[in-house]
Design a protein around this ligand. Structure first.
Ligand SMILES: Cc1cc2nc3c(=O)[nH]c(=O)nc-3n(C[C@H](O)[C@H](O)[C@H](O)COP(=O)(O)OP(=O)(O)OC[C@H]3O[C@@H](n4cnc5c(N)ncnc54)[C@H](O)[C@@H]3O)c2cc1C
Ligand SMILES: *[C@@H]1O[C@H](CO)[C@@H](O)[C@H](O)[C@H]1NC(C)=O
Ligand SMILES: *[C@@H]1O[C@H](CO)[C@@H](O)[C@H](O)[C@H]1NC(C)=O
Ligand SMILES: *[C@@H]1O[C@H](CO)[C@@H](O)[C@H](O)[C@H]1NC(C)=O
Ligand SMILES: *[C@@H]1O[C@H](CO)[C@@H](O)[C@H](O)[C@H]1NC(C)=O
Ligand SMILES: *[C@@H]1O[C@H](CO)[C@@H](O)[C@H](O)[C@H]1NC(C)=O
Length: 514
């Protein structure tokens, strides 16, 4: 009963906000630009500190941002975020997304990324047993057991985090993840090792070890409880209302219709030390004493929004130096389930990153009977498939499935869907990744405010960039900071570094000829 009422309230909010005329100029204490996790939590911080005159401006017709579900022939699938990554151990700190999931009764299931590739849960005569004799590892010959190689890659990754920590402690320069791997074990170039490494690395960072910082990739802030992380577990949303439900419900608790403008795209932002004016695509203007911009790093990098005056050089360098990576899940529904019984499977192609990680939703823990299988690609491979037509991508994937299951007549899928995150002007990618040439000072600059314009969002989180909880903590911190400015509790602004310089300048020794 309660649920139905809340749903209709949300509907009313959308309708009334969509058709709302602006008084010109429409002024508020704070403009929150973007209605994803960072924007909603920033608004909640404002509200809880007594700043009630804020408005969230969001381009889409619903809140949630990169928490985004899709109705795939009756099953709710997640085309954006899907997991609460790192949960909580007794007595330890909780991932705030876990807290929201519990608070709003979200339906989630544990998803064991490592055990689940090898272990089938067998239900027989009311006894539950685990069968690890048929790992879901595949290559160009079909099912091939290379679990030993997979296990080595798990150890390699854990050694990579130790190496990263040692470099931090010894104040050594950052290098690429690839250099790191080469320092801990001889280079491995066979297909099985490359696919296993992909599963540990690219599947998390959405980029290759070569494109990523060793120090940042080795960070333990999310998973390693010995180092302050939440837990090593992942909970996957299987809620039919969508993963986004937890943040939309959170928003319901404090957002009133006057606080929300949906379906409205920001075109330009003009800022100063006394206020911010936002111009919308329809030409209307909204002003704020302060603004918090939560648009993705991809939106900022591609100049989707114009800044007046243009952002200062230190800010532009920081924005262009972090990377916006892309993570793409391609969903297929078949007339019948013909694949592995594990939650996950790994396919090792001769080309690294070609349709490597497979997940079955037709599993007792998720959506049994759904006949849905999906495969993930990342980085440049995502950009490649975004440029292809759906039918080209589908036919490539069918080729891979026929390679994985040579003795099965693989049927054509009845449904097919994938979200093109990189091509989308509201995102231009899926989440940020830290490259080796990115300095801590760049990070300060990425986060820094310019006048009364503040920034928040996953990319601005030094500890949790790329994650939902990164967006959450940034929204919380920046919302509180802006509230202090408004409440006269101190308004110092964020650190900025005019020039990011090397400790040792690049130098060619004197006397070098040629
Ligand atoms: C495919 C994928 C898988 C992921 N998987 C996970 C996962 O399993 N676990 C996890 O923790 N994280 C995951 N993430 C990352 C997580 O979703 C993000 O870190 C988080 O949602 C970012 O929130 P945000 O508020 O910073 O940004 P956003 O959610 O991008 O919010 C910004 C909002 O601004 C709006 N906007 C943009 N431009 C304009 C404009 N010009 N005018 C008005 N509005 C505009 C956008 O529509 C958006 O709603 C995944 C992301 C993707 C894409
Ligand atoms: C959003 O705007 C479009 C175009 O202006 C309009 O057709 C649509 O009905 C609006 N949606 C909502 C939910 O207001
Ligand atoms: C990881 O490091 C440990 C300790 O140095 C070592 O024993 C182990 O062989 C390493 N693992 C791999 C896969 O290199
Ligand atoms: C990550 O954790 C390992 C094991 O506790 C530790 O040795 C390493 O220094 C940590 N890495 C970083 C970057 O903190
Ligand atoms: C497929 O069939 C061939 C020939 O019957 C057999 O040799 C092979 O082991 C089978 N492969 C798989 C993956 O079952
Ligand atoms: C090269 O010579 C210049 C000028 O004499 C001096 O300042 C500099 O330190 C020298 N550099 C090296 C690497 O010796």
């Amino acid at each position: 009963m309660m649920l139905t009422r809340r749903f209709s309230y949300l509907f009313l909010m959308i309708v009334s906000a969509g058709g709302r005329p602006f008084a010109n100029p429409d002024h508020h204490q704070v403009l929150v630009l973007g209605g994803g996790v960072a924007g909603i939590i920033a608004a909640r911080s404002l509200h809880s500190k007594g700043v009630g005159d804020f408005v969230i401006i969001e381009a889409r017709d619903e809140l949630g941002g990169r928490m985004r579900s899709h109705n795939f022939g009756g099953t709710t699938i997640e085309v954006g975020a899907n997991w609460i990554q790192g949960t909580q151990v007794p007595g330890g700190p909780a991932n705030p997304i876990l807290d929201l999931a519990i608070k709003h009764n979200l339906k989630t299931r544990a998803n064991d990324w490592f055990g689940s590739i090898s272990t089938v849960i067998v239900f027989s005569s009311l006894i539950l047993t685990f069968d690890a004799s048929r790992p879901a590892t595949y290559d160009s010959k079909g099912a091939t057991d290379y679990l030993d190689v997979f296990k080595t890659s798990v150890d390699d990754f854990s050694n990579l985090t130790v190496l990263a920590g040692a470099r931090v402690d010894e104040k050594l320069v950052d290098v690429t993840g690839r250099t790191g791997y080469s320092l801990i074990a001889p280079r491995k170039t066979d297909d099985h090792s490359r696919a296993s490494e992909y599963y540990q690395f690219d599947w998390e960072y959405a980029q290759t070890p070569k494109e990523s910082s060793l120090i940042a990739a080795g960070n333990n802030f999310t998973y390693n409880t010995d180092e302050g992380g939440f837990s090593g577990d992942n909970q996957m949303s299987i809620d039919p209302r969508g993963f986004k439900y937890l943040i939309q419900q959170e928003a319901q608790e404090f957002i009133k219709p006057r606080n929300l403008i949906l379906n409205t795209t920001v075109k330009s932002i003009s800022y100063s030390n006394s206020g911010v004016t936002v111009t919308l695509t329809d030409g209307k203007k909204v002003t704020g004493s302060y603004a918090i911009c939560t648009f993705s790093l991809g939106v900022l990098q591609n100049n989707r929004v114009e800044f007046q005056p243009p952002l200062p050089a230190f800010k532009v360098e920081a924005i262009q130096s972090m990377t916006m990576a892309t993570y793409t899940k391609v969903f297929l529904r078949f007339p019948k389930k013909f694949w592995f019984d594990t939650e996950m499977a790994l396919y090792a192609d001769a080309e690294r990153g070609r349709y490597p990680v497979w997940q079955s939703l037709d599993h007792p823990n998720f959506f049994p009977g759904s006949r849905i299988l999906f495969v993930t690609v990342t980085g440049d491979y995502s950009l490649r498939i975004e440029r292809l037509s759906d039918s080209q991508v589908k036919s490539e994937i069918m080729g891979v499935l026929r390679t994985m299951f040579p003795n099965i007549t693989v049927p054509e899928p009845t449904d097919f869907f994938f979200q093109r995150w990189n091509d989308d002007p509201l995102y231009h990618g899926s989440y940020s990744n830290w490259p080796p040439s990115f300095f801590s000072e760049h990070h300060d600059n990425l986060r820094a405010n310019v006048g009364n314009l503040y920034f928040a969002g996953e990319a601005m989180s030094i500890k949790y960039f790329g994650f939902l909880h990164g967006a959450y903590f940034e929204g919380l911190a920046i919302g509180q900071m802006v509230a202090s400015c408004i409440n006269g509790e101190g308004c110092v602004g964020l650190k900025q570094v005019k020039d990011v310089v090397n400790l040792h300048p690049y130098e060619i020794p004197n006397g070098t000829s040629d």
